[in-house]
Design a protein around this ligand. Structure first.
Ligand code: NDP
Length: 510
């Protein structure tokens, strides 16, 4: 557990409220509001010193024996060394995937593929605690989020797509859906296991095999998933996991043996990948960055909106592509809402991600922390007013206080660039038209939120938003049955739901 900066946590000083005598605490006693630490034990994880690549159903060393370290961002301690794939390993993985696609997986009846996917879903549920703890240790996200969101949703994706595996003719009536072949999948570090499941579950359901490259800072849950594949008796080569640097990701997606590319990550790398596969007949889906507007009208239920705003931007330390990072508030309620938000921010607990009470954990990497710090400094330099609650941060590890900027102008970098951290920029509007204009004034188009009491206004605003997902009176809700994806520089293609299957099939006439 990370050491705390001082013994006197400023949060303890809030314990000034008097307990009712019925509580039997003695006259004049303060209510002990602070939670006692409740750390989840890391013992549930059998961490190995060294992890190999997962190719052809076996764990193998990299062809040149190279490895890299993966670090716990909350403690800066090395968790394990991981084999670093080379181009030769990628060739091997693509060959293994091709063989499996031709000989076993691609010819298997849909109902048989479904059985494997159901089995994987079941094993993920059975091993959910192990996955949640490992994910938290490797990524820095709070255990309550990996436990209650990432892992259950990952399992839910396998359940959901297992259901489609033998029903493709109903998903695409009148057409024959055939697998594309070998899918190359590159995923980011903010939701490592969940992004893996978004990619692998629909690909396998449709009869494809995969080669997946996890992010270099978070390879461990993907490698634990390799163990799940073995446990589920998945035929060798159906799933291959090849950790390695960004260049290896590029080698993978441009490999001539690959039929389909799926990428989630930054817009910059997405553009490079699009160039890399241009002129080939590979299928491509890109799920990239975002700068979502969360719009609060003056008739919104404000306390409910405050919870939604906090969930929208401080969930997963704000390292979320669809985070509600631009708060657009109707001018008449600006001061009231900002006061309520500041009050709520002072109750957010930042610290040890393994502590079940923690709301905001560690930033995934030092590089990401530096990027957030640089953009926050730019916000102050450009004239926005910063608010951060008084809270002590752990001495070790990469942490950032929940941050709120008011007086933000459209031209400020903090209103335009994806910060990917716990930083909220507040802007105002007077009329619905102005809200629409400001919300859509971004190169991104991934998500948006609307807070209002009026159903007609919700419907109107949803139609006006240039965003793939629009939440109304809620934010950051996900379900495997619901498609997710963006417009403009947020990418193209949809993941989740029946739409997510579409990206993994070729549709022929009957
Ligand atoms: P990247 O887009 O670089 O990383 C995402 C994945 O792509 C990782 O697996 C990464 O590998 C891989 N990758 C990196 N370079 C290449 C390449 N040339 N070809 C193929 N694959 C590549 O994101 P970063 O981790 O660098 O984060 C930078 C910024 O991107 C963040 O600050 C955030 O704004 C944004 N981002 C957005 C995400 C989203 O979901 N929309 C997710 C992650 C980041 P490796 O880890 O080895 O570099």
């Amino acid at each position: 557990m990370p050491a705390m900066a001082t013994e006197t946590d400023t949060r303890l000083t809030r314990a000034t409220e008097r307990a009712p005598t019925s509580w039997g605490m003695g006259d004049g006693q303060a209510v002990p509001w602070e939670y006692a630490a409740a750390p989840e034990s890391p013992d549930v994880v059998n961490l190995k010193e060294r992890y190999g690549l997962f190719i052809g159903g076996r764990e193998v060393e990299a062809s040149d024996g190279g490895t890299f370290a993966t670090v716990n961002p909350a403690t800066e301690e090395t968790l394990a060394r991981v084999a670093k794939a080379t181009p030769a390993d990628i060739d091997k993985a693509v060959r293994a995937a091709r063989r499996a696609q031709r000989r076993s997986w691609g010819t298997l009846a849909g109902k048989e593929r479904a059985k494997y996917l159901f089995r994987i879903a079941r094993i993920l549920q059975e091993r959910s605690r192990e996955f949640a703890v490992l994910e938290t240790m490797d990524s820095g996200k709070p255990i309550k989020e990996s436990r209650d969101v990432d892992v259950p949703l990952a399992a839910a994706h396998f359940w959901y797509y297992a259901g489609w595996a033998d029903k493709l003719e109903y998903a695409f009536p009148g057409r024959v859906a055939r697998p594309l072949g070998v899918a190359a999948q590159v995923i980011p570090w903010n939701f490592p296991l969940l992004m893996l499941s978004w990619k692998i579950a629909p690909a396998l359901a449709a009869g494809n095999t995969v080669v997946l490259k996890p992010a270099s800072t978070t390879p461990l849950s993907a490698l634990l998933f390799a163990d799940v594949c073995r446990q589920a008796d998945l035929p060798p080569g159906v799933v291959n996991i090849v950790p390695g640097p960004g260049e290896i990701g590029m080698h993978l997606v441009t490999h001539p043996g690959v039929d389909k590319v799926a990428f989630t990550g930054s817009t910059e790398i997405g553009k490079r990948i699009a160039k890399g596969v241009a002129g080939t007949d590979k299928g491509l889906t890109l799920e990239l960055g975002g700068k979502a507007a969360n719009i609060v009208f003056d008739d919104a239920p404000l306390d409910q909106a405050v919870e939604g705003i906090v969930n929208g931007i401080y969930f997963n330390q704000g390292e979320v592509c669809c985070a509600g990072s631009r708060l657009l508030v109707q001018e008449s309620i600006h001061d009231t809402l900002v006061e309520k938000l500041k009050d709520r921010l002072s109750t957010i607990r930042v610290g040890d991600p393994l502590d079940k009470n923690t709301d905001v954990g560690a930033i995934n990497s030092k590089a990401q922390l530096e990027k957030i710090s640089e953009l926050v400094a730019a916000g102050t330099a450009e004239g926005a007013e910063i608010y951060q609650p008084a809270c002590d941060l752990p001495v070790r590890g990469w942490f950032f206080r929940p941050t709120l900027f008011t007086g933000v102008a459209q031209s400020h970098r903090i209103a335009r660039e994806e910060i990917f951290g716990p930083v909220l920029s507040v802007l105002t509007f007077r009329t619905p038209d102005e809200a629409v204009e400001k919300a859509n004034n971004t190169p991104y188009g991934l998500s948006a939120g609307i807070w209002t009491d009026k159903g007609s206004r919700i419907l109107h605003m949803v139609r006006c938003m240039k965003a793939g997902v629009v939440w109304a009176n809620t934010f950051n809700r996900f379900d495997p049955t619901s498609p997710f994806g963006g417009y403009k520089e947020s990418g193209f293609g949809r993941e989740g739901g029946m739409h997510g299957l579409h990206a993994y099939v070729r549709l022929d006439d009957r």
